[in-house]
Design a protein around this ligand. Structure first.
Ligand SMILES: Nc1ncnc2c1ncn2[C@@H]1O[C@H](COP(=O)(O)OP(=O)(O)OP(=O)(O)O)[C@@H](O)[C@H]1O
Ligand SMILES: [Mg+2]
Length: 252
């Protein structure tokens, strides 16, 4: 639940209103896309929801609890996959869960965690790559590894900031189907930031259109496409109609 969130950045004598009274109610289990042009405050809003940045006004609550700082309950995925280069894929995935267990004074090597890592590696199509380091993986594989690491913390809310923006069109299409597939299984609530209209329609239950000066969340558009979805849906009349509505909303 995002309620009238505003943020102003001050640097030197300059004042940038990054967000002005953004409100959005995200339903549990929903995949909602935040769509808007560069600089409209998408990352700012996502960082506020993550608890990495404090809002100047308004509140964010996740499952009744107000956000006051970061929490393992809210996972974040960035445009560039964040993996520790000195750890193998398996150890990257287990970094969070191990830290949590260590904090609770459990054994560091835990067969239960190893099983969980194996299952996650398998789920993201990286079975056999658990021992590989990030530099030994392709770009798409690194994204999937970062994804597995985010899922390992079992977040109730996953925040994704243009996670596939840097990938080629074919790999991106695969990652979309992969994301939708995982989401169908887990039904984790996802807030997905993008400036790509088609990506927003293909993924989202709803698309929240951001923009304006100062930036706000404008129209929130329902995407009445059935599930499961795949890239072939982009040719359907429902898809084209959603695209027309979003274009109109971005212009107004
Ligand atoms: N730490 C900061 N200090 C000063 N200004 C900032 C800071 N972070 C963001 N801004 C400004 O706030 C505005 C919104 O930035 P933000 O990163 O949220 O945009 P965005 O919608 O994510 O854009 P993009 O699609 O390019 O990633 C921009 O004008 C940016 O320059
Ligand atoms: Mg951004």
């Amino acid at each position: 639940m995002i309620d009238s969130v505003g943020k102003v950045f001050r640097r030197g004598g300059r004042r940038t209103v990054a967000l002005a009274g953004a409100s959005l109610r995200v339903r549990p289990g929903e995949l909602v896309c935040l769509l808007g042009p560069s600089g409209c405050g998408k990352s700012t809003l996502l960082r506020i929801i993550a608890g990495a940045l404090t809002a100047d006004e308004g509140t964010v609550t996740v499952g009744e609890r107000p956000v006051t700082g970061p929490s393992p309950d809210r996972g974040m995925l960035f445009q560039t996959p964040m993996l520790f280069p000195w750890l193998t894929t398996r150890d990257n995935i287990l970094f969070g869960p191990r830290a949590q267990r260590a904090a609770r004074r459990h054994e560091r090597d835990d067969p239960e965690l190893d099983e969980e890592a194996t299952a996650l590696l398998d789920r993201v199509g990286l079975a056999g790559f658990g021992g590989a380091f990030p530099h030994e993986l392709s770009g798409g594989m690194r994204h999937r590894a970062a994804f597995a690491r985010a899922l390992a913390a079992r977040p109730s809310l996953l925040l994704m900031d243009e996670p596939f923006g840097a990938l080629d069109a074919i790999t991106r299409e695969r990652m979309h189907e992969f994301l939708l597939d995982i989401w169908e299984q887990h039904r984790t609530t996802i807030i997905f930031v993008t400036h790509d209209i088609d990506e927003a329609i293909l993924l989202g239950d709803r698309v929240a259109v951001m923009g304006g000066q100062p930036p706000v969340i404008g129209e929130v558009i329902d995407i009445p496409l059935g599930r499961p979805r795949n890239a072939l849906d982009t040719d359907t009349e429902v898809f084209l109609d959603a695209r027309r509505r979003i274009r109109a909303s971005l212009r107004s």
